[in-house]
Ligand binder design. Structure first.
Ligand code: HPA
Length: 294
């Protein structure tokens, strides 16, 4: 019947997508009900590669860990450095959900599939979303190990999680992406970084689909397009959160230089190796920030 939907080859759109989000949310809700303090999470944090240590910011008790494979319809992350579990706990007296690991479009998931878990979590009443990732530094002033506050995003990934019939219960057909990264949250993040003694870079994160890293010609182009950092995630999450009307804050860990003139080449090993330096810095920023978000 609807000819255009043939292009949505994942088959996960409209009523089917809605049903799957609802089923995933139901399972998470049932599991969280075992610890009443965790049942109504207010903050969600998506943890990129190597950021699993952020879980240390949660109280040891109570905690509930749900492996992604136990939540229906949720793609299981396959990349090294991505644990693939939902961790519920308390940070600064506030119930928090950590999405430790994410599915990436380069693994073959559509943006709708890749954001299904986040959408399920948002339906539980999340009031603020924090997204994190690893990126290549296009801005020549950025060094590996830097933490960049995401000021804005550019979607050059070739997909969008909001394509297909609109899910009206979440938000409108046409979503504003003006000031998609919340200005007040960014101000709080800058103050938190100052308290933590961490130098925060700030700039535009551009998403490509990957999985190949960029050619020098592409890096030159991305620089002229106004990008400060390039990566393969996060923008779908910002889109669904804005659709839900949830304010978003984002941090990018610059793991490597990504300039046309850089020496050598980008490798996944380098990306993984530099992660911990930025991760430790970001953890101290979040340690200062979370009490403010409560
Ligand atoms: N390009 C794209 N994605 C990345 C990079 C990069 O240089 N580094 C970490 N993620």
């Amino acid at each position: 019947m609807e000819e255009p939907l043939r292009s949505l080859s994942d088959g996960v759109y409209g009523a089917e997508l809605d049903r799957r989000i609802d089923e995933a949310a139901g399972v998470i809700r049932d599991r969280l009900a075992r610890a009443p303090e965790l049942a109504a999470p207010r903050l969600a944090i998506v943890l990129g590669s190597g950021l699993g240590g952020v879980a240390e910011l949660l109280d040891a008790e109570p905690r509930i860990v749900i492996p992604y494979r136990e939540i229906p319809h949720v793609p299981v992350a396959t990349v090294a450095g991505h644990a693939g579990e939902l961790i519920a706990g308390i940070a600064s007296g506030m119930p928090v959900l950590l999405l430790s690991g994410r599915a990436h479009p380069y693994e073959g998931w559509s943006h709708r599939q890749a954001t299904l878990l986040l959408r399920a979590c948002l339906t539980l009443g999340i009031e603020t979303l924090v997204v994190t990732n690893a990126s290549g530094g296009i801005n020549p002033a950025f060094d590996p190990g830097d933490v960049m506050l995401i000021a804005d995003v550019i979607n050059l990934s070739g997909d969008n999680p909001l394509t297909g019939p609109n899910l009206d219960r979440f938000g409108p057909r046409f979503v504003s992406m003006t000031d998609a990264l919340d200005a007040d949250l960014r101000m709080q993040a800058r103050a938190a970084a100052a308290r933590a003694g961490v130098t925060l870079r700030e700039g535009v994160y551009l998403m490509l689909a990957g999985p190949a890293y960029e050619t020098r010609a592409e890096l030159r182009m991305l620089g002229t397009l106004g990008a400060d950092a390039v990566g393969m995630s996060t923008v779908p999450e910002v889109l669904v959160a804005r659709h839900h009307g949830v304010p978003v804050l984002g941090f990018s860990l610059v793991t490597n230089k990504a300039t046309p003139e850089m020496e050598g080449e980008v490798t996944h090993e380098e990306v993984l190796a530099m992660g911990p330096i930025g991760a430790a810095r970001l953890q101290s920023v979040l340690g200062q920030l979370l009490p403010e978000l409560g």
